[in-house]
Design a protein around this ligand. Structure first.
Ligand code: PEP
Ligand code: MN
Length: 337
């Protein structure tokens, strides 16, 4: 159930509608837009007549949301969500660049990576400290020590930090060092983790599962949002198909589909989306042309020696070229980068 309040509706009127919804068994989520306050009522009543609420004072209109996700639906915030972290905004006309190595390896590597990202015009450094590796014998990440190194490097170069949280027990340590908590593709349907992230007070970057539909991705976002954390960034990072030329099949169409279905910002990860560094730049251009609000890209000072995902990791020069080309594409579609 979605109740749109009239422009200028008073707080007393809004509170009265909230109380009415609560009395009817709904849990109410409030979104304050520039013009209208929107109340999202999530509850058991499906056969409810919206007209009952439309007659209340201050109410502009009332709709039943038919999609299985409610808070993630575009109707909840028609103008789109803009996430503000320090001086960085995600979801407005500026395309945000998040880049860095797959894994944090040592102090020098992460500091040099931060320098490359900042010089290229990126806003956020990425790097895994807790790594979800397919093999238990592969490098699993430096843990908290790695996060400390990345925070220091980010602060030195004026960047924000995004890093993966694999388990709900890791949330406190990630919250201490990172600005954005990443949920990896393998964890997109770890519902316990998603529920706990609903209580976190840091934005979440939610990656699409390797075999997840767009609707499943949005339902996972709904898990986080229904816990009270509305700051979710969705990430298309390629899905598994029969194609073997690339590591995953980058679903560029997911970008405009998501932009239509949800108000949440959408970023694209052409590194995991292709698995090969030569394809990262063209897919980054395509994602921005398709309307992505940001990019998540792997770059390393010496990618051939990277401890993980070297084949898909850009060299510093390639990253610099990518940023230049992405700026040109962004300009062509009415945005900046
Ligand atoms: C990563 O970003 O390094 C990563 C492990 O991504 P994904 O979860 O998309 O595989
Ligand atoms: Mn990686």
């Amino acid at each position: 159930m979605l109740v749109v309040m009239q422009e200028g509706a008073s707080e007393v009127q809004t509170e009265a509608v909230i109380k009415r919804l609560v009395d009817m068994g709904f849990t109410v989520h409030r979104s304050t837009g520039v013009r209208h306050t929107v109340l999202g009522g999530v509850g058991p009543l499906d056969d409810f007549d919206p007209a009952t609420l439309e007659v209340l004072e201050g109410v502009k209109e009332c709709h039943r949301i038919v999609s299985p996700y409610k808070l993630a639906s575009r109707h909840f915030r028609p103008g789109g969500t803009i996430i503000q972290i320090g001086r960085v905004t995600i979801g407005d006309s500026h395309v945000v660049s998040m880049a860095g190595p797959c894994s944090i390896e040592n102090e020098e590597q992460i500091d040099r990576s931060a320098e490359i990202v900042a010089q290229g015009g990126g806003q956020v450094i990425r790097g895994g400290a807790f790594k979800p590796r397919s093999s238990p014998y592969s490098f699993q990440g430096l843990g908290e020590e790695g996060l400390r190194m990345m925070r220091k490097a980010a602060d030195r170069h004026g960047l924000l930090v995004v890093s993966e949280v694999m388990d709900h027990l890791q949330i406190p340590v990630l919250e201490e060092y990172a600005d954005i908590l990443q949920v990896g593709a393998r964890n997109m349907q770890n519902f316990n983790l998603l529920r706990e992230l609903g209580k976190a007070r840091k934005p979440v970057l939610l990656k699409r599962g390797i075999a997840a539909t767009i609707e499943e991705l949005l339902l996972s976002a709904e898990y986080i949002m229904s816990g009270g954390n509305y700051e979710v960034i969705l990430c298309e990072r390629g899905i598994r198909t029969f194609e073997t030329s690339t590591r995953n099949t980058m679903d560029i169409a997911a970008v405009p589909v998501l932009k239509r279905l949800t108000h949440l910002p959408v970023v694209a990860d052409p590194s995991h989306g292709t698995g090969k560094r030569d394809y990262v730049l063209p897919m980054a251009r395509a994602a921005v042309a398709a309307g992505a609000d940001g990019l998540l890209v792997e770059v390393h000072p010496d990618p051939d020696r990277a401890w993980s995902d070297g084949a898909q990791t850009l060299t510093p020069q390639q990253f610099c070229d990518l940023m230049g080309q992405v700026r040109a594409v962004a300009g062509a579609v009415g945005r900046t980068a």
